[in-house]
Design a protein around this ligand. Sequence first.
Ligand SMILES: [Zn+2]
Length: 1041
Amino acid sequence: MHHQQQQPVLKNRRTLLERAEKFISDIYFTDCNLRGRLYGDSYPLECLTSFLSPKRIPFTEAAKQSFAPYTVGDPFGPTWWTCWFKVTASIPESWRGKEVHLRWESDGEAMVWREEQPVQGLTKEGEKTSYILTECLTDEEPHRITLYVELACNGLFGAGQGSMIAAPDPNKKYSVQKAELVVFNHDVRELLTDFEMLVDIVKQLGEGEQRGYQALFTVNEMVNLCDPADPTSFPKAHGLAHKFFSQRNGQSQHNIHAMGHCHIDSAWLWPYEETIRKCGRSWVTVIRLMEKNPEFVFTCSQAQQFQWVKSWYPGLYSQIQHYVKKGQFIPVGGTWVEMDGNLPSGESMIRQFLEGQRFFHQEFGIYCKEFWLPDTFGYSAQLPQIMQGSGISRFLTQKLSWNLVNVFPHNTFFWEGLDGSQVLTHFPPGNSYGMMGKVEELVNTVKNNKDKGRANHSAALFGFGDGGGGPTQVMLDRLRRVQDTDGLPRVQMSSPDRLFSQLHADSALLCTWVGELFLELHNGTYTTQAQIKLGNRQCEALLHDIEVASSLAMWKDKAFQYPAKRIQELWRLLLLNQFHDVIPGSCIEMVVDDALAYYQEIRRDGGQLLQDACKSLGPREQQQDACKSLGPREQQGHSTAVFNTLPWERNEVIQLQDATDQPRLALVKVPSVGLTMVEDTQPVIPVSVTVQADGTVLMENGILQAIVNKDGSLARLYLIKENREAVSDGCQGNQFVMFDDVPLYWDAWDVMDYHLQTRKPVLEVSQPVKVVSAGGLKGSVSFTLRISDKSTITQEIVLDAMSPYIKFNTQVEWAESHKFLKVEFPVRVRSPNATYEIQFGHLQRPTHMNTSWDWARFEVWSHKWADLSEHGFGVALLNDCKYGYSVHKNTMTLSLLRAPKAPDANADMGVHHFTYAVMPHTGTFQDASVIQCAYNLNYPLRLIECFPHTAPWSAFSVSTAAVILETIKPAEDRKDSLVVRLYESHGSSVTATLCTSLPVQEAWHCDLLERVDATRPAKMTNDGIMLSFNPFQIVSLLLCL
Ligand SMILES: [Zn+2]
């Protein structure tokens, strides 16, 4: 036809490109462009009724309620309620042969139910606004359909008031904006995807690439060919696009392994309960996509979320099991939740893997091969060893791309941990775990890859994340088009196993990163939500003690029944709270309330379990013998014994209640993992407390001498025998300091470097120092400081007889806003490095700010202690529930409390109790037993009622102080067997003997999942079990009794 004769295409890139963009715009020219044709005719619903529930209730309960008519546009709410809709629709006969959708646009997150089963999630934010009723309407299928829509009154990201991370607005109103039947024009969507990909290629490849221009002329010609009003014009346009997409790459092109993903925070800006529904909505949608896209692969972490779906959506769960078997729905990560990578204890981290891997094995017959933690705030140097011990040698994250200061130099590398264990590690170079299958992401994946030429494979995780949502059909369609398109990286639907196998096969040039993966951001999370930190630390110790006591009870008392199921439940609650927005304190107040309730449950039920186990610890035969020889009164009588769950002898002052409930002190000597009766012992050197003429107080216990100023600061802290002062000249120890703490955005998460410029000492004394305990077994003084008109610090400084450290029992009434409270100890030590305890070991970080890598660590995390030592002398700062530290030059600082206002407007407001301690020492911290002292501070000796005249006994001990027996627990699924776990804590290669009075028949080395290595029986001698250790090595043994 003459009017279509070739006209000149002018050299105006801009008009050609924008013309194509407008042709698919959902804002402009929708009256005549292609986008405006996506939906055909619409038809109103026959009936729409609703019922509002303050609670999250099951379908069966909701369906029984009485539903009232609902008019589209009517508001409902408030936040966190659920509105259930009953939808009745009749599809017009005339739509025969058409694809028909229920089009549903609403606020909130919705789940469609059909025939009592969940069938699909709907969220506007997640680009899911229609539910397919039929792909091609036939006469045979029912035209009249009843559905239910369960609409949660919260968005994908909760309900922040004004900004995403602001505290939730409890009074938000929600509405449905569109609820109707529509004809969906599938061919329009296909063509829109063609256009969109080509437009993006033009934009992403820019003006420097020939290939971009080829895309430009292709898309321009497609506009010429395509008449939106005439579907018969579509195939020609589609054909042009297809020709472009089919032009292939050369062999050297980068390979992208696309995997569907849906990061669902187990709690964050919404409570745990809502997460259960987020999993249901997201995963059921994934199953729908799998039905239509047999190549679609979806990776899914967090055993806890699988467990939730199993209990709440059994029908969906069995579909998931089906697709797991087919290899499309792939459980990854191997942990119970995606936990924080810094704060959980070593044993907690192992339990994350133990519970996770065992769950995946029981449910799906698999062990995950990769650790999966895309969104966590730093990664402990001990993780590689813990992964390897749990059957995992590969690791995926991307969070270090969030570093505020330094660009991490690798994307694919070997990560070497504290003990030398290595894992193959991949950071998807697109720096995201929520991609959309867009061209930009593919181009960035190649561009950003810092291992160009070393690693030719990368992961791309696509799907809405954080709040759930997951992949969409459009994302799959996009990726399908550019599987092998010249100019773009090759994209294949892949799996973690395929990706890592490829990376491993070609790993000769990969670099190695040694030590922790420190995130240079979110350093406030070591301190925010102090009650959660306290709950975690105390419950970790409690569960440890329950397991030790139960293990010994099984041996002492054949009648003792180990409550395995309940202990597992309590562990799982603890592990759940270690999720990477809960233990860091970056969650809303509702989550904090839930988390604290879980800790309360662990304390209450765990306390009972500990008592029950301790009751069985008196030797049974002896008791029975004793019963025979004692009179009735003595049979009823009981004495107090002290139980030590730690693997060394302890000499400590404890507090008892005597018969009249008066507190009484006693100095006890308790054997390693053992028990002794309380007897009154006098200290060799009593504590003395003397008020001096100038009002300062001198405290001494023969080891330490401290002078406390009237304001509670330490004028001096002196090692008596060694004649060595710990406090720096002209300075005071125990100096409280306040900082302004206003980050750039992430309030609960971030403390910024500039906060250090706002340091103000807390100097106002409301109650000067006064003596509380005058000496003997315990000396103590107390004082009160005023922080502001709303906040105070009251502290008792305690020096116990024979104690190598001085304790600071602290109470803070805290009502600040954007302030940070810390305590400082300027010490007389000079060293370029300080040492910090981590999981099963310790590491060093600089005390100077030479390089950007040094000063980016202005606030760091540690577990029970940090130490600053020079040759021959050092000072350790211990704590019982804190994690934030810094050591700059010679000042050791412990971070105590923050006051962020988002996402919890009331974070940390109220009364706090915590204890820290300072321990000057000669020699190294290893030889001075700093590690043991920090354990002692965190694992109180347990008082138990005991039959009188029980002889002291010890169940376990270790021949060298370098090796710590961390865990004694009943073995999983094995009767009469224990698992013991030891680690080398000094950073040395040593041999050790594990001595035990238990009747051990056999001992085997096992991994962290308690799988026995049949080639490695442990060597048993008359002295005990002989073991050898490399620095920081973790050793687990199965002991058969
Ligand atoms: Zn997350």
